[in-house]
Each structure stands twice: as C-alpha cells, then as structure tokens.
Write a protein that binds this ligand. Structure first.
Ligand code: MN
Length: 384
C-alpha cells in the first residue's frame, strides 16, 4: 500500500503522543479521570498544547495509566495510589499486599458488625465466628423470694451470650416492673457482638434501659420511685463486657480463687473505700442497704463499664444482694468450688441464703465458660 508523503511522520507522531481521548480508551480512564489525575500529579501528560490546552500522552505512560486505573478499581485512596505508582515494582507489590491485608481486616470487622446488627435488629442471634473453637456458656439460674418479702422484685436473664441480674426497688411491686423492664432492654444483646463493639453495645443498652424507666414513670405516677440495680455480662470471643450499677455483684472463680469483679455502689462501700469504717463494721452499719447509684426513673446515673479477658474454665456468679448480704465470700466460694453442675450450684447458693435467714429476694446465676468446637453451619439431620 502506498502511503502519501508525510504519513509516516504523522504516524510516528501519532504513536509517540496520543490524544487524551485515545489514551483514555486504551487505559480505561475517562477524560475526567485523566484531568483529575493530572491535577493530582498522579499522571501528568507528556505534552499540553499551549494553544488548545489538549493533553497528549506518551505510549510509555500507558502502563502507569493502567496501574492507576486498576488501583482505583481496587478502591485504593488517591494519595496511596500516588505513592504506590511511583515505587519500583517489587516495592509496589509489597505495599499493595499490605494495603489489601488492611482492607480485609477492616472488611472482616465490618462484616462482624453487620452480622451483629442483623441479629440485634431482628432479635435473633447470628453466628459469625470462623474460629475452630469458641467459648460457650453453660449456666444455671435460680431466683427465690426468700423468707421475709411478699414479692420477688429481682429479675434475671441467662442466655448463650448474656447474663444479667437486676434487683428492683420502689414498693408496691414497682421494683418488679423496673427490674423486668431493664432485663428486657438488655435481651437484644444475647447475640454475637464483635468484641470491639461490646462496650458500646452495653452502654447503649443500659442507657436505653434507663430511658425506658423514665418513660414508664412519666405515664404512670405509681412507678415514679421505681429503680433497679443491674449487673450484666456479655461474652464475645475471649472478651467479656461487664456493665454494673448498684449493689448486685459479679464474682469470678478462676483457678480456685474467688474474685469479686464488681464494686458495690453503696454508702458502706464508699465508707470502706475511704477507710472510715472497717470490713467488720459493714454488717451492722445502719446505712448498709443504702445504694448510691442505680437505674432509677427520676434521675440518670452512670453505670460502670468494663472489658475483661475470659478463659475456658472460668466460672462466673451473678447475684443480687439477697445472697451476699447473708453469705460471706468463703461460703460462696465453697459452693462454687465443690458443686460442679451450675444449676445445682445456683440452688445451693439460694439454700445458703435461706439458711442465713433469707431476709431479701435471692437471685443467682452460675455460669461456666467452656471451650467448645463451633458447630458446622448446616447440621445434617440424624434420621438416617
Ligand atoms: Mn435485694
């Protein structure tokens, strides 16, 4: 084929520098994107026509342009693209791998959060664990009216992930209403919550519980003085979120040692903390039943929120003051150490409080944390 004179020169010029339209098609970048990358210094044209302002690109820039386009499709932020695309290839590869690990970690955390929210909003628990092993809770829960009260104003909840004890107060059964309402407000937490969201979720639930009480009291004057303690824990992976307000308690039995892991919000406890009374004086102190903080209808108090490590073999006890007002730590520890079955242990603790006179309602949850294999997502029927 004969070419008119000048064609080869033009062809060479065409190959040497392409228009931004052609370059954009070859690199899969829109003219708008090319302009943006020029402005950001990601991909500067080889030549800008001083008269028309048209951009022209060199063929050698195609590789760079494709890389930029790929990194954009990957979702990499522009600033990072700028640094990656100017690196030698090996370094760029390493940086890209590091970037992707970070994306996957963030995605995994978001997936866990989304899974939790689906379970939380639907009221149905969901499972998001991909570990081969997770901690499961086996528990026993018992509540008893005691020997001297006419109603049981304690409420409790013991599920797969959530344990909660609430000791209501307020007279004329209002305490019962308060403790039940607060336990209800916490119930949605009985699902797998990402460990990073535990404290937020507990904080949200306890604030919701408090505002529920205030709303109920606003529409029913007989509930104006109601209130309740709350001691609750939620387990997620190897983490435990603990929320606590009032004088119910949580204890941990680990390696044979019993530890009280909540701090009473009572007058006598603060007198003890300040060294104004001795432990021996607590039992006979006239103000020993006075609580400094609780979830109440007429005021807002802050609850304690804590995150703790959980270990397989841990045994937790949540109880209302009906137990620890009459049974000392040694008596409680003796039951927890020797009675293997959690339900039997809860029963024996109630019996201990009754034997001590049972002046108050008594509620106990005994929960054993055990390492257990995660069941496969779809269980086969066992009919055949
Ligand atoms: Mn009580």
């Amino acid at each position: 084929m004969l070419l008119p004179p000048g064609t080869i020169r033009r062809k060479e010029a065409y190959v040497a520098l392409t228009t931004s339209g052609e370059f954009g098609r070859a690199s899969r970048l829109s003219p708008k994107a090319l302009r943006l990358y020029d402005e950001l210094g990601l991909l500067s044209p080889a030549e800008v026509d001083p008269v028309t302002g048209y951009r022209r690109y060199a063929p050698g820039q195609l590789e760079q342009a494709r890389l930029v386009a790929w990194l954009r499709r990957l979702g990499m932020p522009l600033a990072r693209i700028q640094s990656v695309s100017s690196m030698p290839r090996i370094e760029a590869a390493a940086d890209l791998a590091a970037y992707w690990r970070q994306v996957e970690a963030e995605m995994s955390a978001r997936r866990d959060l989304a899974t939790f929210l689906v379970g939380y909003l639907s009221g149905r628990g969901t499972s998001m664990s991909e570990n081969n092993e997770q901690l499961v809770i086996r528990c026993g829960v018992r509540s008893d009216i005691g020997l001297q009260r006419e109603v049981n104003e304690d409420s409790a909840y013991a599920g797969a992930r959530l344990l909660a004890v609430a000791d209501g107060m307020g007279g004329h059964a209002a305490g019962e209403v308060a403790s039940a309402a607060v336990i209800d407000a916490l119930r949605p937490l009985d699902t797998e919550i990402p460990a990073g969201e535990l404290l937020d979720a507990l904080d949200h639930a306890v604030r919701t519980a408090g505002s529920t009480l205030r709303h109920m009291a606003a529409s029913d004057a007989s509930l104006a003085d109601m209130g309740t303690t709350l001691t609750a824990l939620v387990v997620s992976g190897s983490q435990l979120g603990l929320v606590h307000i009032g004088d119910s308690r949580a204890y941990l039995l680990r390696d044979g040692g019993l530890y009280q892991i909540t701090h009473d919000h009572t007058v006598v406890q603060s007198l003890l903390d300040d060294g104004k009374i001795t432990p021996a004086e607590v039992a006979s102190h006239p103000q020993r039943s006075l609580i400094l903080r609780a979830l109440v209808a007429n005021k807002e108090y802050d609850a304690d929120l804590r995150l703790r490590e959980v270990e397989g073999g841990d045994r937790y006890l949540l109880c209302s003051d009906g137990l620890h007002e009459v049974a000392d730590a040694d008596g409680i520890a003796a039951v927890l150490r020797t009675v293997a079955d959690p339900d039997q242990a809860a029963q024996d603790l109630i019996a201990l409080a009754i034997a001590g006179g049972g002046p108050d309602n008594i509620t106990c949850i005994v929960a054993d944390v055990q390492a257990a294999p995660v069941p496969s997502t779809s269980l086969q029927g066992d009919a055949d």
